[in-house]
Design a protein around this ligand. Structure first.
Ligand SMILES: C[S@@+](CC[C@H](N)C(=O)[O-])C[C@H]1O[C@@H](n2cnc3c(N)ncnc32)[C@H](O)[C@@H]1O
Length: 277
């Protein structure tokens, strides 16, 4: 079944080809503003990255550069941060937000599959919520490995779309919907595959941190994951009947209204060190 989503909502795989690339910039900003769990998770990826003054660091798929700003503080004047993104719109937005003349930073439009850097260049390489959008994750990981110095660290993080839980009494609709959503991402299950992929590359000290969060405020979720709209796409694809979708939506709207909404999502951070040969 080839039913990958073609709607704009899920086109982070190629932002610039959409009708309105700035919509994705706004989506990133809204998520960052409204989703406190996302901010906490981001901070944890940076803590696990253990970025030290003087380091050369890559944020691959940097988006609007929200984390590059923090990385600049961590590397200090003697280090350098590179922010790379496939999207010109994202890179333009990142460049507007950071004082480029007085910061050790370079933003470049480039694909994660073909990074414009020499082998063994970076002390730290991070990709946050990028692999879920990639058609060829192993190729991308190979490229991150290539540009990482021996002894350097790769840090990846993505939501695990396969294990999403949305509490309703309608188990079959829940299961069908979660599976539908995940299969329509480029890589809905990449978060739990990254341990295997980093091991397969021969990385050492491979570490996995699953961070399951309880979302009880739908407003925090709906910017990136508007389930009450997405269920209708599942209906369009024939995964869920119209009646079942309506009952599910009615139930969740009432749960949101009376404070019983619960969604559990696991964000998985995986880190590994490139061996020194
Ligand atoms: C969900 S956003 C995450 C942005 C940022 N890492 C963050 O956490 O705020 C995914 C980003 O990956 C970028 N992206 C998608 N495919 C890419 C590719 N092949 N190479 C580089 N960046 C890519 C998108 O343009 C987008 O900015």
């Amino acid at each position: 079944m080839n039913n990958k989503r073609s709607d704009k909502k899920n086109s982070f795989s190629n932002v610039d080809s959409s009708d309105d690339p700035l919509q994705f910039v706004k989506c990133m900003d809204d998520q960052y503003e409204h989703n406190s769990i996302l901010r906490t998770n981001k901070a944890r990826t940076l803590a696990l990255a253990d970025i030290q003054p003087g380091m050369i660091v890559l944020d691959a798929g940097c988006g609007t550069g929200v984390d590059v700003a923090t990385m600049i503080q961590l590397v200090g004047a003697s280090g350098h941060v590179y922010g790379v993104d496939l999207s010109e719109a994202m890179i333009a937005s990142a460049r507007q937000r950071i004082d480029l003349n007085n910061s050790p930073v370079t933003f470049q439009q480039a694909s994660i599959y073909q990074l414009p850097f020499e082998d063994n260049f970076f002390d730290r390489v991070r990709a946050d919520k990028v692999f879920q959008h990639l058609a060829e994750p192993e190729m991308a990981l190979g490229e991150l490995f290539r540009v990482t110095k021996p002894g350097g660290k790769i840090i990846t993080a993505d939501p695990d779309h396969d294990s999403l839980i949305i509490d309703t009494p309608f188990t079959e609709v829940n299961e069908a919907f979660v599976r539908f959503r995940s299969r329509h991402m480029a890589q809905g299950g990449i978060a739990h595959q990254m341990y295997r992929l980093l091991k397969a590359l021969g990385m050492s000290d491979v570490f996995v941190e699953p961070r399951t969060s309880a979302y009880t405020d739908y407003n925090e979720k709906k910017v990136s994951s508007p389930y009450l709209e997405e269920i209708w796409m599942a209906n369009e694809y024939g995964i869920v009947s119209r009646d079942a979708a309506q009952i599910w939506v009615d139930y969740l709207e009432a749960a949101i209204e009376n404070g019983q909404f619960l969604c559990l999502q696991t964000y998985i951070i995986t880190t590994g060190t490139k061996p020194v040969l």
